[in-house]
Design a protein around this ligand. Structure first.
Ligand SMILES: [Mg+2]
Length: 229
């Protein structure tokens, strides 16, 4: 885990989901491989060739952008798959329930954080997949607020909320608003520095780079140690 600029007055924590709130390499891989398989089929080429082309595009992009990583949403866009189409593909292909189950350690950590902070999600998956993933993990209610008029507000910003993929300013700013916090009082938690952390830091947020869900279990302890809770 690597911690960047934690705000003393923290109001909200914005979580990435995939490979952050769960660690499941097989599911993470399927989310990359299945859309590549579909794109390969559409282009009439083999999976391996499509995969090579995508890897090459990603490597070239990194070379011309100071070694930074690019999101798959943006890679697919470069291959002619619009963000709207990516949303549809992901909704059809992602099956979180097949791979994930209730995580009581995660729930306990998030419950502790939820007492002190508003919890939100910023993900490059569609909102519906994010909801299903949180449900599979047994933590979805911690990202919901019931309003006085009995409406449920879901604090999830997904690929289909703004139509842009992280790292982009808009999803993070929208998430901060949804959580009722200024950017300087938010902390972004995720597993990829270039996608989840670098831009939030530019916006004045704090950042916590995790190696997986094991690090999320330790967050309440970290916030206590830092004197923030
Ligand atoms: Mg992730």
């Amino acid at each position: 885990m690597k911690v960047y600029n934690l705000p003393v007055k923290c109001a909200a924590i914005l979580f990435d989901i995939d490979s952050t709130l769960y660690t499941n390499p097989e599911y993470a891989r399927s989310q990359i491989d299945l859309p590549i398989k579909r794109l390969a089929r559409l282009r009439g080429i083999s999976f391996d060739r499509m995969n090579d082309e995508i890897n090459q595009y990603r490597d070239n992009w990194a070379k011309t952008h100071n070694g930074q990583a690019i999101s798959y949403g943006n890679i697919f866009k470069a291959f002619g798959v619009s963000i709207a189409e990516s949303v549809k593909w992901r909704e059809e292909l992602c099956q979180p329930e097949q791979y994930l189950s209730k995580d009581t350690r995660l729930r306990s950590a998030l419950e502790q954080l939820n007492k002190a902070f508003v919890l939100g999600v910023v993900t490059n998956n569609p909102v519906s997949i994010a909801e299903r993933t949180l449900c599979a993990l047994g933590v979805e209610d911690l990202f919901h607020t019931r309003t006085l008029v009995r409406r449920t507000v879901v604090r999830i910003i997904g690929l289909d909320t703004c139509g842009v993929s992280k790292p982009h300013k808009e999803p993070f700013m929208r998430a901060a608003v949804l959580c009722g916090a200024v950017p300087e009082a938010c902390v972004s938690v995720g597993d990829r520095y270039d996608i989840d952390i670098a831009l939030p830091l530019e916006l004045g947020m704090g950042g916590i780079l995790v190696d997986g869900v094991e690090d999320v279990y330790k967050l309440p302890e970290l916030f206590v140690k830092e004197g923030i809770i």
